[in-house]
Write a protein that binds this ligand. Structure first.
Ligand code: FES
Length: 317
């Protein structure tokens, strides 16, 4: 995990809520790439030094996630956008009994949220952090500080203990009633945690907790190569190609188009395109759309049938 410290140049116009993410534009070999990262630093850091941190996990094939640690140096200027996202606590939720489940780098927005709470509020918060190998878990010192202040922390080693189960929840929560549950991690985690909390509330006779999720990555982005994608750009130019593995966003980029995008994870809605005809599968929900006109998110959809789309292209190059 690589942590980057940023100081917004226009302090009057920048603000964020713990749990939100920001888009960052990076120029690599003359081309501008935009990626979205959660703010991982504590709120008091922003108040004290007007800086924020983002923590980046290198993806094996990730152009930007590898370029940033290798190339960005102190003093570099990057373009960032407004903080976005609804994975935040309202003033009322800050005083409630909440459960947080994080997997891998999904900890970053949750860490920012928890470090914004008072010690009194922290003592009603519960965090289950699932990592591959416990000795290498990032942010252990910060988590230990939170635990010393009252956070109920359980670090689960997924390589030896497997998937989170009912008895894991009870070993962690000891039948405490949870008002809101938050999950952040790969796609698939959210539904699993949601189902566990529904089952738990029924078993214990508790009210069903409110549920909030943030997810990244998709379990299955394989796509049929038997379908033809017809992309129309803003000038009406038509580009046709056979679908390859990957999302519609990746397919559009492979044709040389330059679609607008932000998070590439189904969160920011910047990659909206206008579907004229054809069916798509949403990789987050696994639902298949109708065949008619509608707006779709390119970064989380693959085509199930031949598709006609109008793409919104970015103007920067
Ligand atoms: S790029 Fe953010 S939802 Fe698609």
């Amino acid at each position: 995990m690589f942590t980057l410290t940023l100081k917004p140049s226009s302090l009057a116009s920048f603000s964020y809520q713990p749990g939100q993410h920001i888009p960052i534009q990076i120029e690599i070999n003359g081309r501008v790439y935009q990626r979205t990262f959660s703010i991982s630093s504590a709120w008091r850091q922003w108040k004290k030094s007007s800086t924020i941190e983002i923590s980046i996990k290198r993806a094996p094939q990730g152009l930007v996630t590898n370029w940033i640690p290798n190339n960005l140096k102190k003093g570099h200027i990057v373009r960032i956008g407004e903080a976005q996202g609804s994975f935040v606590l309202s003033p009322k939720q800050r005083r409630q009994t909440n459960a947080f489940v994080a997997c891998g780098s999904g900890l970053t927005p949750i860490l920012s949220i928890l470090e914004s709470l008072s010690d009194a509020q922290l003592s009603s918060q519960h965090l289950l952090y699932s990592v591959s190998h416990e000795p290498e878990a990032p942010f252990k010192n910060r988590l230990q500080t939170l635990a010393n202040k009252g956070l109920n922390l359980l670090i689960l080693e997924s390589s030896s203990q497997g998937r989170i189960k009912n008895d894991t929840l009870e070993a962690w929560l000891s039948e405490i009633q949870i008002e809101s549950a938050y999950a952040c991690g790969p796609s698939g985690l959210s539904q699993h945690i949601h189902d566990l909390f529904i089952e738990r509330s029924q078993r214990l006779g508790h009210a069903t907790p409110k549920f909030f999720t943030e997810s990244f990555g998709f379990a299955n982005a394989s796509a049929s190569s038997d379908v033809t994608l017809s992309f129309k750009d803003a000038n009406g130019r038509l580009i046709m190609s056979k679908q390859k593995n990957g999302t519609l966003l990746e397919n559009a980029e492979k044709t040389g188009l330059n679609p607008v995008y932000g998070c590439r994870a189904g969160i920011c809605h910047q990659c909206i395109a206008q579907k004229k005809s054809g069916r798509v599968r949403n990789l987050k929900t696994n639902q298949i759309s109708d065949a008619g006109k509608e707006d779709i998110q390119l970064c989380i959809c693959v085509a199930e049938t031949d598709l006609e789309l109008t793409i919104n292209e970015r103007t920067v190059q």
